[in-house]
Write a protein that binds this ligand. Structure first.
Ligand code: OAD
Length: 243
């Protein structure tokens, strides 16, 4: 039996599937991944901008980067991988979608109750009063201010060295512990704590299926690895799951 057929059978039998996605799921929507080709912004590694120290040193530069990403995301549309996950949720008794992505393309495709481990680009958070505002659909000025108190705001994303939102993290951990199948899509599996969910799932007895362009550090420990574009593999996998 091929890996693909085995993966389809596992999907068809599962009572609770947890899906964890990374930047690769949005690559076919034209959003560059962090570590692949095209990951640099003006010759800079985005990881050097996605950090509190970078924002403290030069908020204008960090906002320029995030305003560029916000514009890119606003123009992008969900691709067949996002859409296949909406369909999968309809076909299985329970599905929990966990994402490291901040682009909200899962939600725009129709996925509900998405656990956003790293926040999102739609919202901003005030450095003064702490208020969070949804500023999606707006083109923000170079140094955007809080609608309530006028202080500088920052993107409501998790930066390197910062904690993940506690409630979201607990829900994600609980999902991978209780799921019988965990589908890991388009993540390099090197950024912790998110990548640790894969080992947690395995320890709890879930079968883990990885979908990626290429093997990752997690590949050695997954039950099945399917290598190719998520936008091609997921629709076939989901269709196979229902037959
Ligand atoms: P990465 O950029 O590290 O990895 C993207 C992964 O997607 C790679 O393993 C690629 O092989 C794979 N990939 C690319 N195109 C694909 C396609 N069409 N189909 C399937 N797979 C594809 O992105 P993440 O793992 O999401 O965090 O990165 C994790 C975190 O690091 C991000 O959430 C972000 C970043 O720094 C923060 O900003 C806190």
């Amino acid at each position: 039996m091929s890996d693909f057929t085995r993966a389809s059978a596992l999907l068809a039998q599962a009572g609770h599937i947890a899906v964890m996605t990374g930047a690769g799921v949005s690559a076919e929507s034209g959003i560059p991944t962090f570590r692949g080709p095209g990951g640099l912004w003006r010759g800079r590694d985005p990881m050097t901008l996605a950090a509190p120290e970078a924002f403290a040193a030069d908020p204008g530069l960090v906002w320029e980067f995030y305003n560029w990403r916000r514009a890119l995301v606003a123009r992008a549309v969900p691709n067949p991988a996002h859409i296949a996950l909406v369909e999968l949720a309809r076909r299985v008794p329970r599905l929990t979608l966990i994402t490291q992505n901040v682009d909200r393309l899962h939600q725009r495709a129709g996925s509900r109750d998405v656990l956003e481990l790293h926040g999102n680009l739609a919202e901003v958070r005030c450095l003064g009063c702490g208020a969070t505002e949804d500023r999606s659909g707006e083109s923000l000025p170079p140094l955007p201010q809080c609608g309530t108190c006028g202080t500088l705001v920052r993107p409501a994303v998790v930066w390197f060295g910062e904690s993940l939102p506690g409630d979201v993290w607990l829900a994600a951990e609980s999902a991978v512990r209780t799921a019988d199948l965990v589908l890991v899509v388009g993540t390099s599996a090197v950024v912790y704590p998110a990548a640790g969910l894969i080992a947690t799932a395995r320890r709890a007895g879930a079968a883990v299926i990885e979908v990626n362009l290429e093997p990752t550090p997690a590949s050695g420990s997954v039950a099945i690895g399917l290598y190719g574009k998520a936008g091609e593999i997921l629709p076939r996998l989901v269709t196979g799951a229902s037959s």
